[in-house]
Design a protein around this ligand. Sequence first.
Ligand SMILES: Cc1cc2nc3c(=O)[nH]c(=O)nc-3n(C[C@H](O)[C@H](O)[C@H](O)COP(=O)(O)O)c2cc1C
Length: 236
Amino acid sequence: MTHSSAGYAAHDRATCVSGVMRSRRTVRAFRTQPVARELVEEVLKDAAAAPSGGNMQPWRVYVVAGPVKNILSAAVLAAARAGKGLPPAHLPDPLPEVFRGRMADFGARYYASLGIDRSDVEARARQTERNYSFFGAPVGLIFAIDRRLKPHSWIDLGLFAHGVMISAKARGLDTCPQVSFAPFHHAISSVLGMPAEEVTVFGMSLGYGDLDAAVNRAEMPREPPECFAQLLGFPT
Ligand SMILES: Cc1cc2nc3c(=O)[nH]c(=O)nc-3n(C[C@H](O)[C@H](O)[C@H](O)COP(=O)(O)O)c2cc1C
């Protein structure tokens, strides 16, 4: 059977999208090479193609570079060191066993890649603080949403953020999504002048990854579809 040229184009597109999605990794060490503003704008246009309930497009994003990024990082670090963060609210207590197991596996791989012993509380705290300087990336993003919206609109924000990460990857850039900014909404909103109705949901580092850095070589495995999906009603 021969493929039509449209068939080849669709196949090439699928291979290309699949390659980008499966090769994206969270990157936590970056080169100093700056990211052009035009490139950031293209990434944001791609991400804004995300679907959203009722096309409400509830995403808000602050993109910081240069001195603004440095001021933001310093403010969050100061708030963290002064113990001024909100208690982390993104995980339930207790965390169900299945998730606790995966998180423990993540921690073991992450700290092993850094040569940090898991019992070394100080070294782990220093590594956590590196979040606030966007792991040395030249660009930082803060994702926010109108706090009056319901959880379904937060899904839209997540879809938008995934678009940022995939578009960035396709353009040779790397990212690290970071919930660790969420407890510091107060410090972040003062630096960025956010309106009162907005809440910080997470941050993200953006730049050219330092692929020689050991921390960027940690493999984070995924469960195969048979572990999370049920395919029903297909002919066998
Ligand atoms: C919403 C969200 C928040 C995250 N927060 C952090 C964070 O604060 N710091 C960090 O180093 N990684 C953070 N990560 C990255 C995850 O640890 C990473 O996505 C996961 O281990 C899978 O690895 P991979 O992205 O390389 O496939 C976050 C990821 C997501 C999606």
